[in-house]
Design a protein around this ligand. Sequence first.
Ligand SMILES: Nc1ncnc2c1ncn2[C@@H]1O[C@H](COP(=O)(O)OP(=O)(O)O)[C@@H](O)[C@H]1O
Ligand SMILES: [Mg+2]
Length: 282
Amino acid sequence: MKKIIVENLKYKYPLTEELALKGLSFEVEQGEFIGIIGENGSGKSTLCQALTGLVPNFFKGAYGGRVLVDGLEVSKTSISELSVKVGIVFQNPFTQVTGSKLTVYEEIAFGLENMGLSREEMIERIDYSLKLLNIYKFKDRNPFDLSGGQMQRMAIASIIAMKPDIIVLDEPTSQLDPQGSEEVFKAVYDLSKEGMTVIMVEHKIEKIAQYSDRVMLLYNGEIVNFDKPVKIFSRDDLRKYGVKEPAFTEICRNLNIKNPNTGYYPITLNEAYDLVVNNNGE
Ligand SMILES: Nc1ncnc2c1ncn2[C@@H]1O[C@H](COP(=O)(O)OP(=O)(O)O)[C@@H](O)[C@H]1O
Ligand SMILES: [Mg+2]
C-alpha cells in the first residue's frame, strides 16, 4: 500500500530567490524504512516539513505539486489532523520540548492528552516508549536536566507514544554516541517491521546503509537517486553531492572486493567482514 505519494513538489521559502525543493516525485510503501542523505542545505529538513504539512501550512511561501499522506493531501489538511498520522522528530530536540512539564513522564504524556485514550492505554504507551528509548530511568527527571542525547531520546519517545502511521526523523541521533545511535536505529527499525513507515534523515551513513530499505540522495533541492542502499552507495560520484559511502564500502572499493552475489561493493560491516574473511581463507 502506498503510504506517501509526492508529485512534482516545489517549494520556495518566503523572501528567498531559489526553490528549496525543485519538483520532487516519489512514492513510499507502508512499513518502508527510508533513509534520506545529502549535504547541508540540500533540502532534507524542508522535505521533512513538507511530508508533515508544516510546509505549506505553517511555513508559507510558494508551493506547487502535491503531497499525499494516507490519501490526504497535506496542503489541504489541518496540521492537527495530520499530526495523528505523521509524527516528526525535529533536528534540534530543544525545539520539541514543551517547556511547561516538570518531568519526562509528563512530557511524554502531553502529546497523548488530546487523543481520547483511556488512562491505562496512556500509561502503557508512555512506559513502552520510555523503555524502547532506554530512558525509563529518567522518567521523574526535569526535561531540562537531561543531556542533549537524553533529550533527543525523549523527543523520539514522545512521538512514538502517539503511534503515528508515519514517523519522520530529522537527524535524530546527532547528539547521541555510537551506542545510543545504534539503539535509536534499531528501535525505529523494529517499528518499521511492525508496519510503521519511517523517514529518517541522517549523516550516519553506515547506519543508513545498514537499516534502510531505500535511500534518497538529495542535492540542491532535487532527487539525485532513490534506490536500494547498495545501489546508492556503489555510485562512484557521491563526493560530488557532498556525501560519502560507508567506510567498509570505501575500503572494499580500494581493494576491489565485490560481493559476487550482488556484483556490488559491500555496504555493511558484516557483509565486508564475510567477504574479506572468506577471500583470505581461500
Ligand atoms: N526558514 C527558512 N527560510 C528561508 N530559507 C530556508 C529556511 N530553511 C531552510 N532554508 C533554505 O532552504 C534550503 C534547504 O534547506 P534545508 O531543508 O534546511 O536543508 P538540509 O536540511 O538538507 O540542510 C537551503 O538553501 C536553506 O538555506
Ligand atoms: Mg536539516
